[in-house]
Design a protein around this ligand. Structure first.
Ligand code: HEM
Ligand code: SF4
Ligand code: SF4
Length: 391
């Protein structure tokens, strides 16, 4: 059932690509760059965030006026605030599209579990950073979100009360509250870059930026939105009161909005189960290569005597499974006799895809158990899928 649904979604995704490629040159298909777009919006967020940071006063009496001063008095302050707000929404949209695309096209299996798991952390931290951003504005909505955040934290069994006091600066509001929220906004935002390092470390040639056209279009769109629908604050927070209604932001405030309708403990459990499901996706219904009808090919082996150290396999392996080391001795073939480097396969990273075999012009790599018949069958299967999609 799960596999059938995924197959249908995969077909839909591939058909969508074909349709978009009819409109744009395929190099421009924005769906190929969802990860790069998320990265771009994160970069815009960091730059605009640094600007806002210089004007923000993290105190109960100073926060709301400082945001108003930035918006109304500082040249381009309102525009930059709006860019920060809309780039945050765009970041989450791009990250979710990226998640679904990778999910539906099976790009999370086997050694791709590492970018998937780091991606889940990126999404969680990104969402958390956005929610704390709403609290920093310190208007009525901020107060409502803070109250619900407190309720949700305290609903966590065993450690909830302690965690709420630690993160929010004691029971109830205090002058320690907003500096802590600022730390919870800026700290995880900086951590996103550590997570990105983990996200990319196993990918060879990740497309980290979209093409220049999409960079300009994205910048233009967030700037236009910020100019046409400026980001504004609500009425200042009135500590001691609890606003009845909270304007919803589906990307960041959905759990808080739900916590206003359902018991906070239930919302915490729902969020935990949803995220838990996200983390196990790479391991769900995972078939062993034999079950998929794929022969175990054995990890790639370097034929030491033939390797010239040309590095082509190192650049082509999509899984960063090949490293180049100083050659301890000359190779045997004429081409390899004066080599400086030698290719070495890191077994634990090799997924036996065979790409390096095609990359090596010197017959210096092999998959020990892969027969020509297996290669022919794999190519025929891939062609059949491509033709079915095009039909
Ligand atoms: C939130 C910010 C994120 C950013 C900035 C980001 C960025 C990127 C980039 C630039 C790539 C390389 C894409 C390519 O070369 O085609 C990538 C790959 C990948 N990402 Fe993300 N990503 C994010 C979130 C996520 C999430 C939420 C998931 C899923 C839970 C995810 C899963 C993956 C996977 C599985 C790959 C490998 C795809 C492949 O090997 O083709 N990412 N990401
Ligand atoms: S078979 Fe070659 S290209 Fe594929 S993962 Fe292993 S070393 Fe990398
Ligand atoms: S492509 Fe072949 S010759 Fe070149 S470094 Fe890799 S194994 Fe050696």
């Amino acid at each position: 059932m799960y596999r059938k649904a995924l197959t249908a979604l995969q077909r839909f995704t591939l058909r969508l690509d074909v349709a978009i490629n009819r409109v744009y040159p395929s190099d421009w298909n924005p769906l190929y760059y969802t990860g790069g777009l998320a990265n771009l919006f994160l970069f815009i967020l960091v730059l605009s965030g640094i600007f806002i940071f210089f004007y923000y006063v993290p105190s109960l009496t100073g926060a709301h006026p400082s945001v108003a001063y930035l918006t109304e008095q500082v040249p381009y302050g309102g525009l930059i605030r709006g860019i920060h707000r809309y780039a945050a929404d765009a970041f989450i949209v791009a990250a979710l599209l990226h998640l679904f695309r990778n999910w539906f096209t099976d790009r999370y299996l086997f050694s791709r579990d590492s970018p998937w798991i780091s991606g889940m952390f990126l999404l969680i931290f990104g969402g958390f950073v956005g929610a704390t951003g709403y609290i920093l504005v310190w208007d009525e909505r901020a107060l409502a979100v803070l109250g619900l955040f407190d309720d949700m934290l305290r609903a966590i069994p065993a450690v909830g009360d302690w965690l709420a006091s630690l993160l929010l600066g004691g029971r109830g509001l205090s002058e320690g509250t907003l500096p802590r929220i600022l730390l919870l906004h800026v700290g995880p935002a900086s951590l996103l870059y550590v997570l990105l390092w983990w996200h990319y470390v196993r990918l060879r040639h990740p497309k980290v930026w979209p093409p220049a056209t999409w960079v300009l279009v994205s910048l233009g769109l967030v700037t236009l939105l910020a100019a046409v629908i400026p980001a504004v604050s609500g009425a200042p927070a009135q500590p001691g009161t609890r606003p009845e209604a909270m304007p919803l932001d589906v990307f960041f405030l959905l759990p808080f909005w739900l916590a206003g309708l359902l018991p906070p403990g239930l919302v915490v459990a729902l969020v935990a189960v949803t995220l838990g499901a996200g983390f196990v996706i790479p391991y769900l219904g995972r078939e062993a290569p034999q079950e998929m009808g794929v022969r175990h090919a054995g990890v790639a082996q370097v034929i030491d005597g033939n390797c010239t150290g040309c590095e082509l396999c190192y650049y082509d392996c999509p899984y960063n499974a090949i490293v180049m080391v100083p050659s301890p001795h000359p190779g045997l073939s004429r081409a390899a006799a004066s080599r400086k480097l030698l290719a070495v396969v890191i077994d634990s990273r090799c997924v036996e895809c065979g790409i390096c075999i095609g990359a090596c012009p010197f017959e210096a790599l092999e998959l020990p158990s892969l027969l020509e018949a297996d290669v022919t069958r794999r190519v025929q299967e891939a062609v059949a899928v491509a033709e079915a999609v095009r039909a």
